[in-house]
Each structure stands twice: as C-alpha cells, then as structure tokens.
Design a protein around this ligand. Structure first.
Ligand SMILES: NC(=O)c1ccc[n+]([C@@H]2O[C@H](COP(=O)([O-])OP(=O)(O)OC[C@H]3O[C@@H](n4cnc5c(N)ncnc54)[C@H](O)[C@@H]3O)[C@@H](O)[C@H]2O)c1
Length: 426
C-alpha cells in the first residue's frame, strides 16, 4: 500500500494507474542511497494541465472533451511523451504514463524528462473532420506548454502520423513559422524519421531476443503470444516472425486468435486492413479472451493497455519471458507472482523504449535538417537497446533484483542526481 501523503487531486480510495507507479517508486527508494532525500520529487508531477476541448460536430452540435498534458519531470531535459485518444483517459492514467516516460528516458539515457497527454474520447465515433478539429483545438489549448525545447508530444494509442501532422501544423500556425521539432512520429514527408513506425516493435524484439539468450532459449521456433495488434504489437509480431519465431496467439479488441502451427502476421494485417477486424482470420481458431494468458509459449507480449496482467491471471502465464510492449501492463502484485514463478519480465520502461529512441533521432534530425538512412537509424536503435538491456541485466544480477527494479534504480538515480545538482529554485 502507498505510504506517503497523496496530492489532493488524487482520490485515496481509487488512485488509478498512478498507484502502480507510486508503488514502483517505493520499491526502489531503498536502493537510492543519499539520493532518497529527493525521492518525493519522483512522486509529484511537475505540472498538470487540464483543458476543455470544444468542437463542432458534423451534425452542427457542439461537443466538449477533456484534454490533459502532464509534465512529470524535466530535470534531465524537455518533457517527452505521447498523446492518447481513448474513452478511458483520465488524470491518474496520464500522470502514470508521464511518470513512466521520465523513468524510460532516464533508463535508456535519452536527454529528456517525462510527459504525456491525452483526450478522453473514443476516436472511432468521430469523422476525419471532427478528429482534425479536436486535434487542432487540443494543440492550441496546450500550445503554451509544448515546444521543441519544452515538451515534445508523439503518437500513443489511437494517434498516428496524421494526428502529429495536424499538431505540428497547428503549433506552427500559432507560432508564425514551421516548427517541425514540436512533435515526433510525423509523416516522413514532414520531417518524420525513417524507422519510427516500427521502432517500438523493433525495440520489443531486440530486448526480447536478448532476454531469450540470457535465459538459454533459442529465438528460432520460439512461440510468441501477443496482446494488441496495433502499432507496437503488429510490428513486434512481424519482426519476431521475420527472425524465425512463431506467433501462436494474437488478442486484440476484436477477439483472441490461436494457432499451434503459427499465424502469419502479414496475412493477419492484410485481413485486418480488409475487414477491420481479426474475426474470420484463416488458419486460426478463436478462443476465450481469458484463455489468452495461459497459452503455451516462450514469449508473451502485452502490447495493448495498462493493468492487463494482474493477480487474477499472472499465475496462469506459462511463458518464460514477458516483454512489455504496452506501458504499465503488469500490476506490482502480478510482478511478484511472475518473479516467484521464474518468469523474466522485460519491463516497459526498457522494452518499449525503441519508440522514444527513434523519436529522439527524429528530433535531432529536425534540428539539423539532416536526415539519416533507415539502416543508420535501425543500427543506432539496436545498439542503444542492446546496451541498455546489458547494463540493466548487470544491475539486476548485482543487486539480485528484477529487471524492472534495476531499470528504476538506474533511472531514478539519474533523475535525482540531476535534481540534486541543479538544486531547488529559488
Ligand atoms: N506507439 C508507440 O510508439 C508506443 C511506444 C511506447 C509504448 N506504447 C504503448 O504500447 C501500447 C499500445 O500502443 P499502440 O501505439 O500500439 O496502440 P494502437 O492503438 O496502435 O493499438 C492498440 C491495440 O490494442 C488492442 N486493444 C485495445 N484494447 C484492448 C483490450 N481490452 N484487449 C485486447 N486488446 C486491446 C487494439 O485492438 C489494438 O490492436 C500502449 O500501452 C502504448 O502506451 C506505444
């Protein structure tokens, strides 16, 4: 249970996803030595902005949506983190996602703090015109907070390069000049980076493959089960498949699909593009949603939303390795069960850091207006992910802790060292 006094804007009986983060910070505090003096800094987001986003709907009425931008910490550099469009977005969730960005950027040693944004909306209910108006108004409302040197949004659940293009254009129109560096994950023709689309899935693959090697398993023929078949899940599926692994199960919003012989992710993507659902996917049988967690496999990749692996299902997991493509998919209690059962968890703050790493490359390329080849980008990404994995693995071995705790030790130390060196203003 959370020990420290909560900020007044959190409900102590229902803290929401931020509770997971607070518990993770409490677990790491004993390892922070003299820096523990500053630990409260990690628990308090630096800034929270809640905005009203009113738009005209196509039927002529006006609709209001809740928008958020949270800058959790900027001790190590400008805020960085995605924007989520989802009907369940709330303050606690955006706070947690912003905090995990602080940890992730520090764990991989990118020169950023942590931030996140979101709008409480189901974008499937909006037309393209409504989505554009929503995005432009939201960008204007948070406009004074973001900027290439202040806070740089990116895509997250249900946002994509087109949404980033509208954000960049809106910010630029308000500024009076084009500022490509205000968001990352843009289309390549607008200052986006090659390799960004697959970057998160690629990082999931690189860290998953490293973990397989460390536990003595082969990538060739490894069975992989994936929850979420969007940007992260589908890219991870393709890259694991391309490297000889077998995708035995895919779960998304449309159902759970299983094949002992393996699902071809390229065919699944074609099916999804043609039908808008995985229902009816040839060669795969549909199984119960709850059966997904007990699927026989070596690698399990949650790549949908947070709080999916809980006390209720962690004990069913048969995988040797869980690679967290999603942010916050595992609750602390589930983490303990997995550790006791000998399951190696590659934590979100490492496993899905490929996206923000290539976002960092995009930002650097935009500043210099000099663009790299896809091979250069992938090679640099792979190196950063491998090195981060190796150093966290060593910390985990030395302290006899999980990879998650190791990631938090390294990240919190970096963040608090910066805090201590900068001191408090005034
Ligand atoms: N896109 C990135 O670069 C990036 C980077 C780091 C972390 N992440 C995290 O990865 C996760 C997925 O992000 P994304 O960009 O792939 O989103 P996305 O919108 O492209 O895909 C989400 C997928 O999850 C599925 N899904 C949604 N609700 C589900 C449910 N209840 N059960 C099963 N499946 C469900 C959807 O059907 C879809 O396939 C999120 O946690 C996000 O924060 C994304």
């Amino acid at each position: 249970m959370i020990q420290h006094p909560l900020p007044s804007y959190l409900d102590k009986d229902n803290i929401g996803p931020y509770e997971i983060y607070l518990e993770q910070v409490e677990r790491v505090t004993p390892y922070l030595g003299r820096l523990a003096y500053w630990a409260e800094t990690l628990k308090r987001p630096k800034r929270i902005l809640v905005v009203d986003v009113p738009i005209h709907l196509d039927d002529g009425s006006v609709a209001h949506f809740e928008g958020y931008r949270v800058q959790h910490n900027t001790s190590r550099g400008p805020g960085k983190g995605g924007v989520r469009y989802h009907q369940d977005v709330n303050l606690s969730e955006v706070m947690a996602l912003a905090a995990w960005m602080t940890i992730k950027n520090a764990a991989v040693n990118l020169p950023y703090g942590g931030a996140k944004g979101g709008i409480r909306v189901d974008p499937r209910t909006l037309s393209q015109g409504e989505l554009e108006r929503l995005t432009r108004r939201y960008t204007t409302e948070i406009g004074f907070l973001i900027g290439p040197e202040k806070d740089i949004p990116a895509p997250d659940v249900n946002t994509n390069p087109q949404v980033m293009a509208w954000m960049m254009d809106t910010y630029s129109m308000n500024l009076g000049r084009t500022a490509t560096g205000v968001v990352t994950g843009k289309p390549v023709s607008l200052g986006g980076s090659l390799g960004r689309g697959d970057a998160t899935g690629r990082g999931v693959f690189v860290t998953g493959a490293e973990a397989l090697t460390r536990v003595g398993l082969s990538l060739e023929g490894a069975r992989v089960a994936i929850q979420g078949f969007g940007n992260v899940g589908s890219a991870a599926a393709r890259i694991f498949f391309d490297n000889g692994a077998k995708i035995v199960a895919i779960q998304d919003i449309s159902g759970t699909f299983y094949s002992e012989a393996g699902i071809d992710p390229y065919k699944a993507l074609e099916h999804l593009a043609a039908h808008g659902t995985l229902q009816g996917l040839a060669g795969a049988e549909e199984i119960q949603k709850s059966e997904f967690w007990g699927v026989d496999c070596e690698v399990l990749i949650p790549a949908a939303l947070e709080r999916q692996i809980t006390e209720a299902n962690a004990g069913q997991i048969r995988a040797r390795i869980v690679v967290e493509g999603a942010n916050g998919p595992t609750t602390p209690a589930a983490d303990d069960i997995l550790r006791e059962n000998g399951v190696t968890v590659v934590p979100d703050v490492l496993a899905n850091a490929g996206g923000v790493t290539v976002s960092y490359f995009e930002w650097v390329q935009d500043f210099s207006s000099y663009f790299w080849t896809e091979d250069e980008i992938n090679a640099r990404l792979d190196r950063i992910m491998r090195e981060a994995f190796a150093s966290l693995w060593d910390v985990a071995q030395n302290h006899k802790v999980t990879l998650r705790t190791a990631a938090y030790i390294v990240a919190c130390t970096r963040v608090l060292e910066a805090r201590a060196l900068r001191g408090l203003y005034p």
